[in-house]
Design a protein around this ligand. Structure first.
Ligand SMILES: Cc1cc2nc3c(=O)[nH]c(=O)nc-3n(C[C@H](O)[C@H](O)[C@H](O)COP(=O)(O)OP(=O)(O)OC[C@H]3O[C@@H](n4cnc5c(N)ncnc54)[C@H](O)[C@@H]3O)c2cc1C
Length: 445
């Protein structure tokens, strides 16, 4: 393995590769050789982390204006080459009960302000009519708002990550699999990272970019950054000793049916459906009450997973953060996989929404699925430089859809600060410039 590279990128997931892609484009535009100057290291391979198991949903629907602006930028990048990214621009629908109504009105208004096309439908009767215009078997209860985003949709996770890797390699980027980063050697004078230590040797570098998804905790430690921080609250008081990282388990699954079962009344591919409601959720298996609290699901037809694929609200992992075993990751984990309770909840929720899914529990795909995500204290990303030359992309598990973030990071690495990334600096915890909190049952909306 080479022992020097200008840019060492750790992680061949969505962020590492999209950063590599843009860096390589910029070097090429400047007439510089990409050659040995950009190397991507991954202990597994392309898409070995969260990117390779993501549901692949691409949406703009966020309550936080900074997230929305960032997502609009990423959707532009998805739309730049739908074929290479295996991206389906079918739109996205946020379908909610009354507790989220005001948030949704605000999201819709602010989407119009930034020119992101969406339609808002309000009131139970109008929502039902609108939904039945798309699916004639729609039956979800207590719905008082529908936000229909006309852009966004979903991408097939492995196909798109391989499309992205090809863009990198076509420009000369080296993607090296099977290399585990074990530490950093810092410059004794400046505290900058001067070399990356791996199990296959040391690589000297000028800049290191860390796109390590759920493993960000370990890189944070390697950089000697604080395990706990203090956060300034809205009232000006400080909360001390807050863990920098926490883990949630994402629950996803597949109904093994012909994906075309979900086609719209006119025979088309439907938008991604996301429902959050406080209507009682009754088991489609035995008629018992599954939940009388707010619940949420999302789903879409998926020809990669070969069925209807989607998920529900994640749950907080209680294992102390330093003790949590991330490896083996995803479906290979002995601990962190979707539970049987999830299957009943999700399939019952599908049946609650659309009659066509009633009685389909036997079709639930029983293979292991899901995986953990690593979240920041406010559940929003941190995109920032540490130790002078180590850029950390910690997306707080928002990130498959954030194909554009790597582009912005590459610009920053090359010295051009990006306004879209400013709200995601580490300093916000100390200054109290936190993102607004919504009424959604998810930690990431
Ligand atoms: C089940 C699930 C479903 C999801 N669904 C969606 C969705 O629908 N839409 C969405 O926007 N987001 C979704 N997400 C979130 C999204 O997948 C992640 O936010 C995103 O993929 C993170 O990308 P990344 O590039 O930062 O990290 P990853 O894709 O995790 O890549 C990190 C890479 O770093 C490598 N690595 C780790 N440690 C080392 C080391 N020491 N040395 C070398 N390499 C190392 C790993 O092998 C891995 O390949 C989902 C997440 C999960 C878990």
């Amino acid at each position: 393995m080479q022992n020097r590279a200008q840019y060492v990128i750790i992680g061949a997931g969505i962020h590492g590769l999209s950063t590599a892609w843009r860096l390589a484009q910029m070097m090429t535009e400047k007439g510089q050789s990409v050659g040995d100057n950009i190397i991507v290291l991954d202990k597994g391979g392309i898409g070995a982390g969260a990117t390779g198991i993501a549901c692949g949903v691409v949406r703009n629907n966020y309550f936080q204006p900074a997230m929305r602006r960032l997502m609009a930028h990423s959707v532009d990048v998805w739309e730049s080459d739908p074929e290479a990214f295996s991206y389906h621009s079918v739109g996205y629908m946020q379908i909610s009960s009354e507790s989220m109504h005001q948030d949704i009105i605000q999201i819709h208004r602010e989407q119009q302000e930034i020119g992101y096309e969406s339609a808002l439908i309000e009131g139970q009767a109008d929502c039902m009519t609108y939904m039945r215009g798309i699916f004639d078997d729609w039956q979800a209860q207590n719905i008082t708002s529908v936000l229909h985003e006309k852009r966004g949709g979903f991408a097939n996770n492995t196909k798109s990550i391989y499309g992205l890797a090809k863009k990198c390699e076509d420009l000369g980027v080296k993607i090296t699999s099977g290399v585990t980063v074990t530490g950093f050697i810092k410059d004794s004078m400046s505290n900058a990272v001067k070399s990356v230590e791996t199990d296959k040797g040391v690589i000297d570098c000028e800049q290191v970019i860390i796109g390590a998804g759920p493993w960000v905790r370990d890189f944070w430690d390697m950089l000697d950054l604080p395990k706990q921080i203090r956060i300034k609250a809205k009232d000006g008081s400080f909360h001390n000793n807050i863990d920098m990282w926490r883990y949630w388990q994402l629950e996803e699954g597949v109904l093994n049916v012909d994906p075309n079962i979900m086609q719209t009344n006119d025979g088309g591919i439907p938008p991604v459906i996301h429902v959050d409601t406080d209507a009682p959720l009754i088991s489609d298996v035995d008629g018992s009450l599954v939940s009388d609290e707010m619940w949420g699901i999302y789903y879409k037809p998926d020809w990669h997973f070969n069925g209807i694929q989607g998920g529900a609200m994640p749950y907080k992992v209680e294992t102390p953060v330093d003790e949590l075993r991330i490896d083996p990751y995803g479906p290979a984990s002995p601990e962190f996989i979707a539970s049987p309770d999830f299957a009943v909840m999700w399939v019952s929720a599908l049946a609650h929404c659309q009659k066509r899914f009633q009685g389909m529990m036997p079709k639930y795909h029983k293979e292991k699925s899901g995986g953990v995500g690593c979240f920041t204290p406010d559940s929003f990303p941190v995109f920032d430089k540490f130790c002078d030359n180590a850029y950390v992309i910690a997306d707080s598990n928002h990130g498959y859809k954030m194909l554009g973030v790597g582009h912005l990071v590459a610009e920053e690495v090359m010295g051009k600060s990006q306004e879209l990334l400013e709200p995601f600096r580490m300093a916000r915890f100390e200054t109290g410039d936190l993102h607004p909190v919504s009424n959604s049952p998810y930690p990431w909306s």
